[in-house]
Design a protein around this ligand. Structure first.
Ligand code: ADP
Length: 167
């Protein structure tokens, strides 16, 4: 009997840096997929100024998920659909925190469908504790000297301190 193929999902984003919200979403994704590729985008349409470079972001995500061998971290440039096709991973996971996420996410999912009809986007909802959390807010609070220890994991906290000390 032919065994069903493992489901590989793709979780794209800028992850600058990875927060507890992203972590929550990735772990939830593993309840519907066998493996997850966290895909760090080289370019982001709505967040031009990055704090961590791509390699640093990847390393932080790998540290955060060191206990989870079903999660792999990669980076990609260009269109998500091209990367998804190359990875043979037509299942994309995105998070919906609030109604404000919905319009952009819907537009993007439909555009991706136009570009590659085989792609499917599923939306997952984080634990309510993380529904206000965004990487950009974490960056802002940290840059202004605020305590972000309840929003990010240890390696990210260390990375933020190191990065901001240098500035
Ligand atoms: P951010 O919006 O935090 O800068 P990204 O651009 O890296 O993050 O987002 C990648 C995906 O992760 C998006 O689908 C976004 O909605 C989702 N996401 C980000 N933060 C959270 C969170 N706190 N809870 C659920 N999903 C989230």
């Amino acid at each position: 009997m032919k065994r069903p193929r493992p489901v590989v999902a793709l979780y794209p984003g800028s992850f600058d840096p990875i927060t507890h919200g992203h972590e929550d979403l990735a772990r939830r994704a593993l309840t519907v997929a066998d493996r997850l590729i966290v895909a760090v985008a080289h370019t982001s349409t709505h967040d031009k100024k990055g704090l961590f470079d791509i390699d640093e972001r990847i390393r932080l995500i790998e540290d955060v998920f060191a206990d989870e061998d079903r999660i792999e971290v990669k980076s990609f440039e260009g269109l998500l659909v091209d990367f998804a096709r190359a990875q043979k991973a037509p299942l994309v996971v995105r998070g919906l925190r609030a109604v404000s996420d919905f319009e952009y996410e819907l537009q993007m999912a439909q555009m991706n469908q136009e570009l590659w009809p085989e792609i499917e986007t599923i939306f997952l909802v984080p634990d309510v504790r993380y529904s206000f959390l965004s990487a950009s807010l974490v960056r802002q609070v940290a840059q202004l000297g605020g305590d972000v220890s309840s929003f990010v994991s240890g390696p990210v906290l260390k990375g933020l301190k190191r990065k901001l000390r240098k500035r």
